[in-house]
Write a protein that binds this ligand. Structure first.
Ligand SMILES: O=P(O)(O)OP(=O)(O)OP(=O)(O)OC[C@H]1O[C@@H](n2cnc3c(O)ncnc32)[C@H](O)[C@@H]1O
Ligand SMILES: [Mg+2]
Length: 177
C-alpha cells in the first residue's frame, strides 16, 4: 500500500484527507512539519507556499510515496480580510499539484485582531469564547452557521488535489464518494 504523509496533526485537516484517501488503500501518516512560512500566512502566495512546503517536508520526514499539505491564511481584498485555504500534493517522483479552497470575509473585529499580529486561530477562540476552533468547525464554520465547516472545506481541496493527481499521472485514487 502507498504511504501518504499528511503535514499536520490538526484533526480538521487529517479527517479531510481520510475522507478522500481511504485507509483501505493507503497508509495515512499525520506528522507535524514546518510550513516554512509565517504561522499566520498573509497572502494567497504565502499560504500556497506553506501548503507546498508542508507536503514536501512531510513526504521527506516520513519517507512516504505522497505528501499532502493543507494551509489556511488570510488575504486582503476590497478593504476586507478574507480567510483563504490552499492545498498541495507531491509525490516522490517530483509531481506537484496544488488547489485553492473556499474563502469568506472576516468580520471587521476579527480581522482587526489578525491585522494587529495575532493568529486567526487565537482571535477566533477569543471571539467565540470557545477553544481550538481551528481544530473543529473553523472560522468558516462559525461565520457560515456551520453550513460549511473547516473539514468539509478541506475535503473539497483534497478532492481537487486527488483528481488532478489522477489526471496528470494516469493513476487511480480511490475516493469514498
Ligand atoms: O496545526 P496546523 O496544521 O498548523 O493547523 P492550524 O489550525 O494552525 O492552521 P494553519 O496553520 O493552516 O493556519 C494558519 C493560521 O490561520 C489560522 N486559521 C486559518 N484558517 C482558520 C480557520 O478556519 N479557523 C481558525 N483558524 C484558522 C490558524 O489557526 C493559524 O493560526
Ligand atoms: Mg498552524
Amino acid at each position: 500500500m502507498k504511504k501518504i504523509a499528511i503535514g499536520t496533526t490538526n484533526p480538521a485537516k487529517v479527517s479531510a484527507v481520510q475522507a478522500v484517501f481511504s485507509a483501505e488503500n493507503y497508509i495515512l501518516v499525520p506528522t507535524t512539519v514546518s510550513s516554512d512560512v509565517a504561522a499566520q500566512p498573509f497572502s494567497d502566495e504565502e499560504t500556497l507556499a506553506g501548503a507546498i512546503n508542508r507536503a514536501k517536508n512531510a513526504l521527506k520526514k516520513e519517507n512516504a510515496d505522497i505528501g499532502i499539505g493543507l494551509e489556511g491564511g488570510v488575504v486582503e481584498m476590497n478593504k476586507r480580510l478574507w480567510v483563504c485555504n490552499w492545498g498541495a500534493l507531491v509525490d516522490k517522483d517530483g509531481v506537484v499539484v496544488s488547489a485553492g479552497g473556499a474563502r469568506i470575509p472576516l468580520p471587521p473585529e476579527v480581522a482587526q485582531g489578525v491585522l494587529d499580529g495575532k493568529e486567526l486561530g487565537d482571535v477566533m477562540d477569543e471571539y467565540t469564547g470557545m477553544r481550538n476552533i481551528r481544530k473543529k468547525e473553523g472560522a468558516v464554520g462559525i461565520f457560515t452557521n456551520s453550513y460549511v465547516d473547516r473539514a468539509e472545506m478541506f475535503i473539497h481541496i483534497v478532492k481537487l488535489l486527488a483528481g488532478q493527481y489522477e489526471f496528470q499521472t494516469n493513476s487511480f485514487v480511490k475516493t469514498d464518494d
